[in-house]
Design a protein around this ligand. Structure first.
Ligand code: UD1
Length: 420
């Protein structure tokens, strides 16, 4: 099993190109199933979750061609509609094929999802919405079977905003009879990107990016080409890394407005951030001013940057409170950060972070994607050597993180660790 060895204490300098957004690329791949032809997606990140989604599409009969950062999906031979358990188990976003398969074939069989261990993550809202669109749903040996001769436009109110739920239902409703209205829909930039791609395919969608999305169903969708938006979570992670290490890093090919909640917190912590339309330059130096964060749906502070910002707050000169409101069990990084010398106490859904003067290297274990990133950031500033084990979590969502950090001056090496 691979691990990262990091010798902390090197400030990061230079510039790093931000990759395409994993969380936009995954629904875009699923959306190719809606058409009968070849769709080409560019600016695709080279991460494990994309490999998993490609495998899933291939298992359904699609043909995939990858060239650098572009992926072409030929969906003419797709002749299956079941997402097998061994693939869904590895990646929760596999559930995104449900909407397109139902829209195209009138049936979909999807196993209950796995993915990051960040709490109970049901798909009840996806299923309830598919039922409202007219799907009959049954549970067969752990797989959810959905069948519908024709989906019919309807009014759907999400009890809480769900990102993949909104995407899944959008992809089902684009070919339904009549009008579908989604209320309390998620507003993330990845939803807007998917709506743009679907519109290029011929779908009629308005309101994406607001909490009310209106979809007029159409008979046919056609293949298209689409460039994926930049990864706001990757950008946020490098912004925090630059500040934590006392360096100065420019992030290019990104959209600053997509992480404005983070940038305002960085400024409040004493960092300097300058912005252009498609880049930012971040510098900072510990000790930071203590800053509280409270995760929320977009445009609030993203839960996917909570662990990284907490790592930074370990080096503040006071006490900060990190409130996690999206997932109930997303503090798995806390005991590991404490092993590096942090002082963090969990109280219900809050983590109380008391700043310390320095962190010290240790062996830590990654438990989920963003928790892994926070351990790497902590390792970059910890004295001596930090070994981050189980970095396959990191590889699910960060394109060449070790290489990008090394190019910025970090002392970081990927090694084959001992087998467990
Ligand atoms: C997506 C992102 C993930 C991010 C999360 C929140 C992708 C591939 N993943 O995950 O990186 O952390 O948004 O920004 O885009 N919920 C239910 N029932 C449902 C669906 C969700 O109760 O049917 C709950 C979840 O348990 C969670 C909350 O709603 O508490 C939000 O989850 P959701 O937005 O659905 O997250 P994902 O789409 O899985």
């Amino acid at each position: 099993m691979q691990e990262l060895k990091i010798i902390g204490g090197k400030p990061l300098y230079g510039s790093v190109r931000i990759s395409g957004a994993k969380n936009a690329a995954l629904p875009a791949l699923a959306a190719t199933l809606l058409t009968d032809g070849v769709t080409t997606l560019s600016n695709m990140p080279d991460v494990r979750d994309i490999d998993s989604m490609c495998k899933l599409l291939q298992a359904l009969g699609a043909r995939i061609k990858r060239q650098e950062y572009s992926i072409s999906v030929d969906t003419r031979m797709v002749n299956k509609w079941n997402a097998p358990h061994e693939l869904v188990r590895k990646m929760r976003a596999s559930v995104l094929v449900m909407g397109p398969l139902l829209a195209r074939f009138g049936k979909a069989e999807v196993s209950l999802p796995g993915g990051c261990t960040i709490g109970n993550r049901p798909i009840d809202l996806h299923i309830a919405a598919m039922k409202k669109l007219g799907a009959e749903v049954s549970l067969v040996k752990g797989d959810t079977h959905l069948v519908s001769k024709r989906l019919s436009g309807t009014h759907i109110y999400f009890d809480r905003p769900t990102v993949t739920g909104t995407e899944n239902v959008m992809m089902a409703a684009v070919k339904a009879d009549g009008k579908t209205v989604l209320e309390n829909a998620a507003r993330e930039p990845e939803i807007v990107d998917l709506a743009e791609m679907l519109s290029k395919m011929g779908a009629q969608i308005t309101g994406a990016g607001s909490d009310k999305i209106v979809i007029e169903g159409v008979q046919t969708l056609v293949p298209t080409s689409h460039k994926i938006i930049p990864d706001r979570i990757e950008a946020g992670t490098y912004a925090v890394a630059a500040a934590m290490t006392g360096g100065e890093v420019s992030l290019t090919d990104m959209k600053p407005e997509m992480i404005s909640s983070l940038l305002s917190k960085l400024r409040a912590a004493g960092c300097t951030v300058s912005e252009t339309d498609n880049s930012i330059t971040v510098s900072g130096k510990p000790p930071f001013m203590p800053v509280d964060i409270s995760t929320a749906e977009y445009p609030g502070f993203p839960t996917d940057l909570q662990a990284q910002f907490m790592a930074m707050m370990c080096l503040s000169n006071g006490e900060s409170v990190v409130a996690e409101n999206i997932f109930e069990d997303r503090f798995k990084h806390v005991p590991e950060l404490n092993r590096l010398g942090a002082d963090i106490v969990i109280k219900d859904r809050n983590a109380i972070v008391r700043g310390v003067n320095s962190l010290t290297g240790a062996i830590v274990t990654a438990s989920d994607l963003r928790a892994s990133a926070s351990l790497v950031l902590a390792g970059l500033v910890a004295e001596d050597e930090t070994r981050v084990l189980r970095i396959y979590h990191l590889d699910r969502g960060y394109d060449s993180m070790d290489k990008k950090l090394a190019e910025l001056g970090a002392d970081i090496k990927r090694t084959e660790g001992p087998n467990p």
